[in-house]
Design a protein around this ligand. Structure first.
Ligand code: 26V
Length: 825
């Protein structure tokens, strides 16, 4: 039965089909690829086989494959024009796409062919793939979600553009020096980027500052400074090459890149200052999430990319459809968080000042076109800009925002809202220094405002947007996040994919909900053993990789317990670390017990200015050093901090994980998407009732997930009634011991007081409720041990996770956006 299924689905797979299209035999296709690679190597890279280095072969391979992609790209664009349907525009300051070669090969079904063509020259495709730098144009979940969405849009054959910034330096590279995080620039473009195409004809002027004048009703904004935004396009290949969409990233140029007279007069810096100012705009990705940026440069970046994108969208619409008033029929613009909020004012400006529509007409068009997604409730991450700064940088937009505000507040008054509600709804925060509230601007400028998991959406209605929700009660809706099963299962876990394909066929790659066919086989012992073999093989691969990275030897038979994500207090790496210390203590006190061998894997970057997060990284490394060198625990407990966590590392770690740590303080993690990736790969979750964990539990079943801790409601109630962490710590022997050890410098003998402050803060305020959840977490970990010891039970749970998380495919999420927000098929 299994073999028959495999044969049937092999025959239907993309690779065989595309092979058949080009030549009659697979060998013919390999031959053709080899010829194209050699041609690219010779004529585009400029090397022969003798002189070529691995990176030359990598470039040649990409160039050879790219030709196929470009043909499909043209065809997709032509199809969209003919259909004259609606396009989706996803505006995001972050796209955390990672590597593209394997993604493109796999979605085009060319993996085997490329592998064989390269083998003929003694080259290993997997090694060449490792030479591609990660395009790390994002911080974490929000940026990776944008990348998964782009892949799903193409896979679902929805015409779409992603719009963002082509940062010269993406997310910083993290080095660990003596346990401390050190940030280094990421130079992903240093050796060129074969995936991108500059589009000089798609260039727009972006104005800053200056004055607004009015001449007989005609408004004129004369900016003091102008910078040119130029499009750089990257193709995004959908599953089986069905469609190729465009990721359009903007780069910046001065209108006058060099002032020759000044240069010749010896003022070299002055002569180049304009270009430096333009370069600065696209130089770095702001390396923070959930902490306020607050710099003028950030607002400049936001306006630069929003204005270029809106100008591009309006230009395309007028070019193909003529009348700007039909924009909402042909364009759906989605704002990824508030970073592109200023697009609301920019679209209004173009409609009123350039297309001469009235305010009312423009406002209707704007709201019908724009949607807004909120990704965090953390107050410190809700963007607002000092009004004087905003007014100085964008005087015309400030006027428009005042006009919008007047309009909205009039509606609020008419609806009978009280003064407090009106103050909360206002686009201008009047408490203290006046500020422009970007979330309110996005909310009122959109016809749809969505959260990213059910709990998060509910909390949006009750907290940050409570008053706006009263005024516009149908606007907020939920779209639970998802991840692309192509990258996060099919490409990153070929062993598991092969096994699942044998069991149920390969329909699950395009339609992840078909994974549910596995549920009926969850109790099958033979399948369970094979799932285990796959996991073990992935753990061996990861152990080898981590040995190269860190020098540490890991036992692939131990339980791999993984927490990889941005380092933030609300994500509570500290809870995990304190529990690790408590466990260490227990193992040393009771060496006779039958401990489950564990490898605790941590990875993640801290915002460079986030002191506590950086200290938590140091603590993880201090704890690792001490435990790993203690012969009394031996192989029973190991701790690893993996440096420079990024998308490519995630692709190696997740398939090898047994346990997925999703332990945020309830109510604080909007959704999480790592949680979904782990479950797709058969890891069990240990987690709080937060974000999408709740929905994962609903689907995999209470027996196949380990839930602990306070609920969001209980967290709020505990805070409200006055929470005393010291009492909690003193009443828990294990916790008190662990906190004391850390505070007293057991893990930092070179600087005994290193963690005193961190532990004092835990005793005094503990905003993130580490102490409150500690006992429940420790008990949940012992429950994990017990489950692990029941091998058959664990395997069954792993299969039940894989079988039931198909709903968390970003295809499902995008279908919901398409149907319920964008109105596209
Ligand atoms: C805020 C800021 C402010 C300062 C400058 C840099 C910067 C960059 C990003 C952000 C927004 C952070 C919001 C965010 O990343 N939210 C995450 O979104 C994921 C996708 O929806 C979700 O799974 C995570 O739970 C949520 O934390």
């Amino acid at each position: 039965m299994l073999a028959e299924n495999a044969a049937r689905h092999d025959a239907a797979s993309g690779s065989s089909r595309s092979a058949a299209r080009v030549t009659n035999s697979p060998q013919g296709k390999v031959q053709e690829f080899e010829t194209r690679i050699l041609d690219a190597l010779h004529h585009r890279v400029g090397k022969n086989e003798r002189a070529a280095k691995p990176h030359d072969w990598y470039n040649a391979a990409v160039l050879a494959l790219r030709d196929d992609i470009i043909d499909k790209w043209f065809a997709s664009t032509a199809r969209t024009h003919e259909a004259a349907g609606k396009r989706v525009y996803y505006l995001s300051l972050e796209f955390l796409i990672g590597r593209l070669l394997r993604d493109a090969l796999s979605n085009l079904g060319c993996n085997r062919v490329m592998e064989q063509a390269l083998e003929r020259h003694g080259l290993d495709l997997a090694r060449l793939e490792e030479l591609e730098p990660d395009a790390a144009l994002g911080n974490g979940g929000l940026g990776r979600l944008a990348a998964c969405f782009m892949e799903s849009l193409a896979s679902l054959d929805i015409p779409a553009f992603g719009y963002g910034i082509r940062y010269i330096n993406g997310m910083f590279r993290q080095r660990i020096d003596e346990g401390w995080q050190v940030e280094l620039p990421e130079t992903w473009l240093a050796h060129g980027n074969p995936w991108e195409f500059e589009r000089r004809e798609s260039a727009y002027l972006i104005g800053f500052g200056g004055e607004v004048t009015s001449d007989q009703g005609a408004i004129r904004w004369a900016p003091a400074e102008q910078i040119e935004a130029t499009a750089v396009d990257t193709p995004v290949v959908g599953w089986q090459g069905k469609r190729v969409n465009t990721l359009r990233l903007w780069t910046a140029n001065a209108l006058d890149p060099i002032q020759l007279a000044a240069f010749n007069a010896g003022d070299h810096a002055g002569a180049l200052a304009g270009q430096v100012r333009a370069d600065t705009l696209v130089r770095v990705l702001y390396p923070a999430d959930s902490t306020a940026a607050g710099q003028e440069l950030r607002l400049r970046q936001e306006f630069f990319f929003s204005s270029a994108s809106i100008q591009d969208i309006v230009r395309r619409h007028v070019q193909y459809h003529g009348d700007i008033r039909t924009l909402p029929d042909k364009a759906a613009i989605q704002l990824n968080d508030t970073h592109p909020s200023v697009a609301v004012a920019e679209l209004m400006r173009l409609l009123m000042d350039e297309h001469h529509l009235t305010f009312a007409e423009s406002w209707d068009i704007t709201r019908a076109t724009i949607g807004y997604t909120n990704h965090t409730l953390l107050p410190e991450a809700l963007e607002s800009w000092p009004l004087p700064l905003f007014e100085r940088m964008l005087p015309r937009h400030m006027q428009i925002i005042y006009a919008i505000n007047a309009n909205v507040l009039r509606e609020a008054r008419r609806a009978g809202l009280d003064d407090a509600a009106i103050a909360a709804i206002s686009l201008i925060d009047e408490h203290g220094e006046r500020r422009v509230r970007m979330a309110n601007l996005a909310f009122v400028g959109a016809h749809s405002v969505n959260g990213v998991a059910a709990l998060h959406t509910g909390l949006m209605k009750e907290t940050v947007f409570a008053d706006l929700h009263k005024l516009y009660p149908t606007r907020i809706n939920n779209k639970t996040n998802g991840v692309t099963p192509r990258r996060w299962l099919h490409q990153s876990n070929p062993r598991l994919t092969g096994l699942v394909r044998e069991a149920i066929g390969d329909g699950f790659i395009a339609d992840a909900e078909r994974l549910s066919d596995l549920a009926a086989m969850a109790g099958d012992a033979a399948l369970g053993e094979r799932v285990d073999e796959v996991k073990r093989a992935n753990k061996v691969d990861l152990s080898n990789h981590l040995r190269e990275l860190t020098g540490l030897r890991l036992d692939p038979d131990a339980l791999f317990d993984v927490q990889i994500k941005r380092i933030h207090e609300y994500k509570r790496q500290l809870l995990n670390l304190i529990e690790t210390v408590a466990l260490y203590d227990q193992i040393r006190s009771h060496p006779e017990r039958d401990w489950v061998p564990r490898v605790k894997i941590f990875g993640g970057k801290a915002a460079p200015t986030y002191h506590n997060a950086k200290l938590i990284i140091k603590l993880a490394n201090d704890i690792a050093r001490r435990i790993n060198s203690d012969p009394s625990v031996g192989e029973v407990l190991k701790v690893v901090f993996v440096p420079n966590y990024n998308v490519s590392l995630a692709e190696k770690i997740i398939p090898a994980a047994d346990l997925s740590e999703q332990i945020s303080t309830a109510g604080m993690e909007a959704s999480g998407t790592g949680n979904m990736k782990f479950a797709f790969n058969g890891a069990l979750t240990i987690g709080t009732l937060d974000g999408a964990n709740i929905e994962i539990m609903d689907r995999v079943g209470r027996d196949n997930i380990v839930i602990f801790g306070l609920t969001a409601e209980e967290v709020a109630a505990t805070r409200a009634k006055g929470y005393n962490p010291r009492e909690v710590i003193e009443s828990s022997h294990e916790l008190a011991q662990a906190v004391k050890c850390i505070a007293d410098g057991v893990f930092s003998p070179d600087e005994p007081d290193r963690y005193r402050g961190l532990m004092d803060a835990l005793m005094q305020s503990d905003w993130f409720m580490v102490a409150a959840d500690f006992d429940a977490y420790a008990a949940a970990q012992r429950d994990v041990d017990a489950r692990w010891q029941n091998r058959a039970g664990w395997r069954k749970s792993a299969i039940m996770n894989i079988a039931n998380v198909g709903w968390f495919s970003s295809d499902r999420t995008i279908s919901e956006y398409a149907r319920e927000i964008w109105g596209v098929k």
